[in-house]
Ligand binder design. Structure first.
Ligand SMILES: NC(=O)c1ccc[n+]([C@@H]2O[C@H](COP(=O)([O-])OP(=O)(O)OC[C@H]3O[C@@H](n4cnc5c(N)ncnc54)[C@H](OP(=O)(O)O)[C@@H]3O)[C@@H](O)[C@H]2O)c1
Length: 229
């Protein structure tokens, strides 16, 4: 079957689909004619029904049947977060360590994980400015960033066979679109949730993004390719 624009219809398994980025992602994927399967603690948070939306009730911390969830799936996207729980436990890291082996078992390879621009990638320290922001105005999210960093380390060190990519998003509001976000190693924009969702949808289907932990920027890549490869 094909999506309305003629592209083949794909099936996305979404974690965090009821969240601020996730709700936009689910609407956009369905709007492009794709199928979405979402694990949600509170399925009622989806304010709409759609013939191509399948919602399964469950929590990532309560051992969902990942093999069943992954059946027939093309792309896996995580926009998970629970800042309060992540102060105490690395719940996303624990979950991704269950998800990746299940992806291997089910032959599903492509995985996008949304982290934050203040989460440092494994091979680079944050700039002094971002370190300052993280330790002051954003300090309530430090546990979330530590969890995201543990996920990036695990993917880098133990999941080279999986086509993973991490979006280190910078998000400021749920306002209207401010433009198209592009992948970048350094130039981070303060984006809107819907633009981050659109970026996730495009990027998970982009083979060039595999094995990157990039940020996203509204700026066009410079002449020497500011956009990461
Ligand atoms: N918000 C920002 O400003 C921002 C900025 C930059 C980066 N990020 C990154 O992007 C990620 C997503 O952010 P967001 O603001 O879109 O998320 P959000 O609105 O906080 O939503 C998080 C999603 O994760 C789900 N979730 C949490 N714990 C779960 C569990 N145990 N089982 C199943 N689902 C669970 C939530 O489900 P419920 O609906 O059931 O709670 C919700 O769908 C964050 O983790 C962060 O690393 C966020």
């Amino acid at each position: 079957m094909a999506a309305p624009d003629g592209a083949p219809q794909k099936t996305f398994l979404v974690f965090g689909g009821t969240g601020q980025t996730g709700q936009h992602f689910v609407r956009q994927a369905l709007g492009q004619g794709h199928r979405v399967r979402a694990l949600a603690r509170n399925p009622d948070k989806f304010a709409f029904a759609h013939a191509d939306l399948e919602v399964i009730r469950g929590s990532i911390t309560e051992h969902p049947d990942l093999d069943a969830l992954l059946g027939g799936v093309d792309f896996v996207v995580s926009m998970l977060g629970d800042a309060e729980a992540q102060r105490e436990r690395r719940i996303n890291d624990g979950f991704v360590r269950q998800l990746v082996p299940a992806m291997r078992r089910q032959g599903v390879s492509r995985f996008l994980y949304q982290a934050g621009g203040l989460s440092a990638p494994p091979d680079r320290a944050l700039s002094p400015v971002l370190r300052l922001v993280r330790s002051t105005v954003a300090r309530g999210y430090d546990g979330q960033h530590r969890d995201n960093e543990a996920v990036m380390r695990y993917l880098t060190e133990d999941a080279a066979d999986i086509e993973w990519m991490v979006h280190r998003a910078g998000i400021g509001s749920d306002g209207p679109s401010k433009g198209v976000l592009r992948r970048s190693q350094k130039a981070i924009s303060i984006a809107t949730f819907q633009d981050c969702a659109a970026y996730n949808l495009r990027t998970v289907m982009d083979a060039d993004a595999v094995h990157t932990c990039d940020v996203s920027s509204y700026r066009a890549p410079g002449p020497r390719g500011a956009s990461a490869g």
